[in-house]
Design a protein around this ligand. Structure first.
Ligand code: FA5
Length: 338
């Protein structure tokens, strides 16, 4: 029986199996326990020797049980430690990362180009008043050109700027010429949206003021911007146009080829030579502020363009509304290198 018990102990694969072996041999009604119970029936002269014999078997079995239990417990602990071990050399779980909006990146590209040309980058306020958004830009209240910019009016009589041009006025009020600035920012128009028109979009405004600034400087600057945006082969076209705050005024378009081999003229924005009435209005406002009149007699050019149009053509995006619908499936495509 001892041999058989020791073998069973050795073969028990788990602590539960070992417990079963323990019950079978040394439990309350186990085989060895019962054997001890039979001692009383033996003749006294045999009892002592038989008792010593059975007790020796029990001691051997209990010692084996204790040892096997320790071995199984250690193995269980080792297995648990191994299963919970952290392998610090494994690659981590990637977290979804954010990215800059496509239009932000285009505006960054544009401001980089102009920074390299020596321009300062300034931002203006989105809530404006009609003095800066219209009047000082040679657009009096009765002027039909106000219809060009359907306006979101606020209850207090102010408005959401319809273009970035009011920053021309604000900057000239605070600074003296010569100056070169670009103004990226959001603008708002109260108009029905469609594939190419949004009621909130962006513009980049440019203003250069100094002495003897000419239309040639303006054309050269726009051409330089186009080459910076679309590469050395980009061409620029100017067509006469009307904006009250410039004279002469023009619309400009860029000829470029996209990676799919398509090429076309992209109408980008408006530009022109700063109208003398704008310089006069700025000087009038400066005078009201107790400042010197310094702009009359100066020359300058200005331009304003829409980065959404650039993005649509460059990346074949068919509808301007995709930019601001917060659809990550669309926006997420433009997170890597463009
Ligand atoms: C202006 O807003 C003038 N302030 C631009 C300017 C500045 C002219 C300085 C002369 C001197 P216009 O309304 O055309 O002009 O808008 C300029 C550009 O903004 C357009 O060429 C177009 O690219 C973009 N744009 C205009 N309306 C929308 C619209 N609803 N949605 C998206 N882009 C628009």
């Amino acid at each position: 029986m001892q041999q058989e018990a020791l073998q069973a102990i050795q073969d028990a694969p788990t602590l539960d199996a070992l417990q079963a072996v323990k019950t079978k041999y040394v439990g309350k009604s186990g085989l060895i326990t019962r054997e001890l119970g039979t001692l009383g029936k033996l003749p006294p002269e045999e009892r002592k020797a038989r008792g010593a014999e059975i007790n020796a078997v029990r001691a051997a079995v209990e010692a084996a049980l204790t040892e096997r239990e320790a071995t199984l417990k250690r193995a269980a602990l080792d297995a648990k430690l191994a299963s919970e071990a952290i392998d610090v050399t494994l690659p981590g779980t990637p977290l979804p990362s954010g990215g800059l909006h496509l239009i932000t990146r285009i505006l960054d590209d544009l401001t980089d180009i102009f920074t390299r040309l020596g321009y300062a980058v300034v931002e203006g306020q989105e809530v404006e008043d009609d003095t800066h958004n219209f009047d000082a830009l040679n657009i009096p209240w009765y002027h039909p050109a106000r219809d060009l910019w359907d306006t979101f009016w606020l209850e207090d009589g102010r408005l959401l700027r319809t273009h970035t041009s009011p920053m021309q006025v604000r900057y000239m009020l605070e600074h003296t010429p010569a100056l070169k600035i670009v103004v990226p920012g959001k603008v708002y128009r109260y108009e029905a949206t469609d594939a190419t028109h949004e009621s909130m979009f962006h513009q980049l405004e440019g203003l250069v003021v100094g002495d003897h600034i000419s239309m040639a400087d303006l054309k050269g600057t726009i051409a330089e911007m186009a080459r910076g945006l679309f590469g050395a082969r980009a061409k620029v076209r100017f067509q006469p146009s009307y904006y009250p705050f410039v004279e002469p005024g023009a619309d400009f378009a860029v000829w470029w080829e996209n990676p799919r081999g398509e090429s076309k003229w992209l109408e980008l924005g408006g530009c022109g030579m700063v109208h003398p009435n704008v310089f006069k209005a700025v000087d009038d406002l400066r005078e009201q502020m107790g400042r010197q009149r310094i702009y009359e007699g100066k020359t300058g050019f200005a331009f304003g363009l829409g980065p959404e149009r650039i993005a649509m053509l460059k990346y074949g995006i068919p509808d301007i509304r995709y930019f601001y619908a917060n659809d990550l499936q669309i926006l997420g495509q433009f997170r890597g290198d463009l």
